[in-house]
Design a binder for this molecule. Structure first.
Ligand SMILES: [Zn+2]
Length: 218
């Protein structure tokens, strides 16, 4: 059994590496909003349990065992988010904090039943893939909206930054996972983009917003 803090550190390393960033002590501390000294202690503890390797100039890397634990945490987190949105009627901007707590409930039967109850979903309400029981992730081809050119028609697949503010802005604009839109114009001056949803009229999105939207070809 791992403590909640141990699990949070493993997940932080996983998330940083997943985002293509390094997992140095300071990166982990920043992500968990904690002190570097306590991260150092925790990394020692976790490498003592063979869950990660920590090399001073390379940062932390998960072992196969650590990786498997991270994927199970991600699985629980995303299944709970799906449950909260689809079955309890939570908004997609309200579920992350609750799921942060629920992901530490490790009863395997509970999670298997939850997965079954939800019909074995492959993606969570933010469009992120849900690892299966074996820790396998479904992959698909997505790109950032800010790499799209005028004339392209795409479907919103995922929101890469699930901060409440961004999700509420998307709600206000009527944009959600699965929305099909066409790119009308890209403005070099401020990096903003004019888009037109399949249903509705055209409007502009800021550089920040289009950076956080993952899309697939429609
Ligand atoms: Zn979340």
């Amino acid at each position: 059994m791992l403590t909640r803090s141990e699990e949070d550190h493993i997940k932080a390393v996983y998330a940083l590496l997943q985002e293509g960033e390094s997992a140095f002590t300071k990166d982990i501390a920043e992500r968990l909003r904690t002190k570097a000294s306590s991260v150092t202690d925790m990394l020692k503890k976790l490498s003592g349990k063979s869950l990660l390797k920590h090399e001073p100039y390379y940062g932390a890397k998960l072992t196969a065992k650590g990786q498997a634990i991270a994927l199970q945490l991600v699985r629980r987190h995303r299944l709970w988010e799906t449950f909260l949105v689809e079955r309890l009627g939570f908004g997609w901007d309200e579920v992350h904090e609750v799921a942060e707590q629920m992901e530490h409930v490790a009863n395997e039967k509970l999670i298997d039943k939850l997965d079954e109850y939800l019909g074995h979903p492959h993606f969570d309400p933010h469009g992120d893939p849900i690892p299966d029981k074996q820790g396998k992730l479904r992959t698909r081809k997505t790109k950032r909206l800010n790499t799209c050119k005028p004339g392209e028609s795409v479907r919103i697949a995922a929101v890469s930054e699930t901060t409440d503010g961004l999700l509420r802005l998307l709600d206000a604009k009527g944009l959600r996972i699965g929305t099909t839109l066409s790119v009308q114009d890209v403005h070099a001056f401020d990096g903003s983009m004019d888009i037109k949803p399949q249903r509705g009229s055209a409007f502009s999105l800021s550089k920040d917003v289009i950076h956080h939207l993952q899309v697939e070809n429609a």
